[in-house]
Design a protein around this ligand. Structure first.
Ligand code: FE2
Length: 453
């Protein structure tokens, strides 16, 4: 019996019972379970089957989504999960695509790398098996995919061509070791090798953000989900649509809003004129509108659309690398990889692990993934539960590391090579701010009390 898991689920049941305004006694009556037994389940002194049975019964009685009550068992050991090169190799799949002669021939070899059920990403090692002799985005030997739901940031090793298509226009860029990209969901893309005699692969880190977490609701709402779309690529239209949405949410017509403004003594305010005018709404008007709609001015601000953010391509430049923690006592030489303000917590790095007699570590609020793509063995060390751990991270081994786990890497030579990506999980900047309003943090992840005594 995994008692730590049954204890977590027990606390989560108590939290849900609180939400439903049910005492343990009232819950036991509703779901027809003996109260003493229910108390044991809430205390976690039961089998996992007992816990699941309570969840099932709650789902049958109350209008709740019980999948939200299933706490995942940890698949990490002391906060990390390592996948060795051999384990990756065993997951190998080769997929064929049509070639220039209309025949299906091998296009990619995929291998899984370290992933955890708590981490928001699914990083793959992908070897380019289609070899091209030019960098023409229209090369008929290049087969684009249909694009995909997850965001993607990619690290390149060897002579790899990167192709992408935005609004029907195709592009190609020659990439080399240390280069990187970011691909917005659903834009088609492809990768090929420029040289069959050289190692050429990518580390494709696909990951879900807030939309991924809303996916269940979007599927449930179906076609209605279309209505959430803001024309992000036309800032003025998007802002106006957002204002109209907040108006209907407040049960206000345009006329109602003008009347409200007049009652508050705001002179010469006309929302109809503002929304109909082709020009953009000024920040001072946005401040007035946000105040009338009980939101913050920044809630009405749609970020500036940057066409170059659809697909970001970053070539590595040596002089842009920096030493960590400082040049004189450096353990790492770091290259900042592709970034986009759209995904502010996507942080990827190419890290040279240097020889240093003292250990230097990183810490992060984000989920961390790292892959040893160099020829040298590395050691990874980390701290969990007040203890220090370390493991070999050999060539093509990869690791997932939980947030707030101090970690670092050492190399016996001076040229360890590491690709490292951090992304946020459910706890993004918005969620973090909401959480911080709460008068208790502890009770958000381990409810111990009924809401009244
Ligand atoms: Fe992809």
């Amino acid at each position: 019996v995994n008692s730590s898991l049954t204890k977590k689920i027990g606390k989560r049941i108590l939290s849900e019972a609180n939400d439903l305004k049910r005492t343990i006694s009232a819950l036991s009556v509703d779901i027809e379970i003996d109260e003493d037994h229910l108390q044991k389940v809430i205390d976690g002194n039961c089998s996992l089957e007992d816990s699941y049975e309570i969840l099932r019964k709650m789902g049958a009685v109350y209008p709740i989504d019980i999948s939200e009550l299933y706490i995942q068992d940890s698949d990490r050991t002391n906060s990390v999960k390592i996948m060795t090169a051999l384990e990756s190799l065993k997951s190998s799949r080769v997929y064929d695509r049509i070639n220039i002669n209309g025949k299906k021939t091998p296009y990619y070899e995929y291998r899984d790398t370290a992933m955890s059920n708590i981490g928001p990403y699914k990083p793959e090692w992908i070897k380019e098996l289609r070899v091209v002799s030019d960098s023409d985005p229209e090369n008929p030997d290049v087969v684009y995919n249909n694009g995909h739901f997850l965001h993607q940031t990619t690290f390149f090793v060897g002579p790899v061509n990167f192709y992408w298509e935005v609004n029907g226009k195709k592009f190609c860029r020659e990439m080399n070791t240390g280069d990187s990209n970011y691909i917005t969901p659903f834009w088609p893309h492809s990768f090929t090798s420029r040289d069959s005699s050289k190692e050429a692969y990518i580390l494709a880190v696909t990951f879900g953000g807030e939309v991924r977490r809303a996916q269940k609701e979007l599927y449930a709402l179906g076609e209605k989900s279309n209505k959430y779309y803001l024309d992000y690529r036309n800032k003025n239209k998007a802002t106006k649509k957002l204002i109209e949405q907040l108006l209907i949410d407040e049960n206000l017509t345009l006329k109602n809003l003008n009347d409200l403004a007049a009652r508050k003594g705001i002179k010469d305010f006309d929302i109809e004129k503002l929304l109909q005018s082709p020009s953009k709404i000024s920040f001072s008007d946005l401040k007035i509108i946000s105040n009338l709609l009980n939101v913050n001015p920044e809630d009405l601000i749609v970020p500036n659309y940057q066409p170059e953010d659809e697909v970001v391509v970053k070539h590595s430049i040596d002089r842009e690398k920096y030493f960590f923690p400082n040049r004189n006592d450096a353990s790492y030489r770091i290259d900042t990889l592709a970034r986009t303000a759209k995904m502010p917590l996507m942080k990827s790095f190419n890290i040279d692990v240097l020889l240093n007699s003292s250990e230097k570590y990183f810490d992060s609020s984000l989920h961390t993934y790292a892959y040893n793509y160099g020829a040298e063995d590395l050691d990874v060390f980390w701290f969990s539960g007040g203890k220090r751990f370390s493991k070999k991270l050999k060539k093509d081994d990869s690791i997932y590391i939980e947030p707030f786990t101090k970690h670092g890497f050492t190399c016996k030579s001076n040229n360890g090579q590491l690709y490292l990506v951090r992304v946020s999980g459910a706890m993004n900047l918005l969620t973090q701010k909401e959480l911080s309003y709460f008068s208790s943090i502890e009770r958000t992840f381990k409810e111990t009390k009924t809401w009244f005594d």
